[in-house]
Design a protein around this ligand. Structure first.
Ligand SMILES: NC(=O)C1=CN([C@@H]2O[C@H](COP(=O)(O)OP(=O)(O)OC[C@H]3O[C@@H](n4cnc5c(N)ncnc54)[C@H](O)[C@@H]3O)[C@@H](O)[C@H]2O)C=CC1
Ligand SMILES: O=C(O)C(=O)Cc1ccc(O)cc1
Length: 358
């Protein structure tokens, strides 16, 4: 059982891990070089600010949740201060980070490199959620020097966050995430960058499809540059293959004679690739909340009235997303509530004249 934990880097991932641990009653000490991020994470209930300097009593585990390039030095500092018995990190790239940690003299017996495969395009503690890792894989890449107990503790950390731990060699991990995360990010950015060519009329026609394809392009370019630089060759290989498919599709479309077969081949392979994503068939991500779509007029205080109606029904709105196309007189508020409250909220809002689409 992890009774005490330390999280260094109270951003999106660090604060989400801290919030998940707090749900199990784990005491969490937080640190961040940005005092505003630290204060917000503490105010969100993720933990309390860690005292500077040497730890008086080591925690069970310390999680280094800083950007990839900062991790080796932050890990070395944490180990020098004796912050915990066991250390892990969350960087999206593993081989380079582990190599640099070794070169900096970090203790590799107590360090188990990790990578939770839950996240978002947002940054900072304000976007953190305790359920960010629910049902996601969490890669663990212990080196040959790792202590068995350290691996067990970090496995427990992943489980406490609701994730499925998966042990994999650091280089194999980097090749895998080049395919499933890093190259898709660049491809999403390439599609999103083309939208800069669109005028207002074209952009007014955007639907959910292009929003889905470009969501991750909203990530922080600085952080992503760090990730891509640390996994450059595997990512470049996938991008070359994607670029070849795109070039072939463009050539086939221009060549009327041969178009159908070659384009259909790409579309069919694409569909099979999409269907191969695990979780689509089996272990679906546990739906933490039910989502209730409600049509809202684009006018002042529409959201205020909607929230007031939910409040009168005694229902807490856990989260909200608003989908709207610019210029349209209405949008759709996607209200997230605990599943048990969804029917009651739908009934209460419909009674007050809201257009609810469960
Ligand atoms: N964003 C995502 O969806 C995912 C990110 N990751 C990894 O998680 C790590 C953190 O990313 P995010 O939480 O998204 O970024 P973030 O920008 O939300 O948080 C990073 C935090 O680290 C702090 N920080 C930077 N240098 C520091 C230092 N030297 N000492 C202490 N704190 C420091 C920053 O002030 C910031 O609060 C990265 O290594 C990233 O590769 C892993 C999985 C998903
Ligand atoms: O936004 C999403 O859906 C993600 O998949 C985010 C993400 C970003 C970086 C990672 O290393 C892992 C996950």
């Amino acid at each position: 059982m992890i009774e005490r934990a330390v999280v260094v880097g109270a951003g999106l991932i660090g604060t989400s891990i801290a919030l998940a641990l707090r749900r199990h009653g784990t005491e969490v000490g937080l640190a961040d070089r940005d005092p505003a991020a630290l204060r917000l994470a503490c105010d969100l209930g993720a933990g309390t600010a860690l005292d500077p300097g040497r730890a008086r009593r080591p925690a069970d585990v310390a999680v280094i949740a800083a950007p990839p390039a900062a991790i080796p030095a932050v890990l070395r500092d944490a180990q020098d201060r004796g912050l915990a018995h066991v250390y892990t990190d969350v960087a999206s790239v593993k081989a380079d980070v582990v190599e640099e940690a070794g070169a900096l003299g970090c203790d590799l017996a107590t360090y188990v490199p990790g990578h939770p495969m839950g996240g978002s395009e947002k940054q900072g503690p304000s976007a953190a959620r305790a359920d960010l890792f629910l049902g996601r894989s969490w890669a663990l890449c212990p080196t040959g020097k790792a202590d068995r107990v350290a691996v067990a503790v970090v496995t427990e950390l992943a489980r406490l966050c609701g994730a499925n731990p998966l042990t994999i060699d650091a280089r194999a991990h980097d090749r895998a995430v080049a395919l499933v995360s890093h190259a898709p990010h660049v491809a999403s950015s390439a599609v999103a960058a083309r939208l800069l060519d669109g005028d207002d009329t074209a952009l007014a026609l955007t639907g959910q499809g292009v929003r889905d394809v470009t969501r991750i392009a909203g990530g922080d370019p600085g952080m992503w540059l760090e990730i891509l630089r640390h996994n450059a060759v595997p990512v470049a290989e996938v991008l070359d293959a994607v670029a070849a498919d795109l070039a072939a599709a463009a050539a086939a479309l221009r060549d009327e004679g041969g178009a159908a077969g070659r384009v259909v081949d790409l579309l069919s392979r694409g569909r099979r690739g999409h269907d191969s994503i695990p979780g689509k068939h089996g272990a679906e991500r546990t739906p933490a909340y039910a989502v209730l779509p409600v049509v809202i007029p684009d006018e002042p205080n529409a959201l205020g009235r909607l929230f007031a109606a939910a409040g009168e029904a005694g229902i807490n709105i856990e989260d909200i997303r608003i989908d709207h196309s610019p210029g349209l007189p209405v949008g759709v508020a996607q209200l997230s509530v605990v599943p048990e409250a969804a029917d009651e909220l739908a009934r209460a809002l419909a009674e007050q004249g809201w257009s609810v689409h469960p």
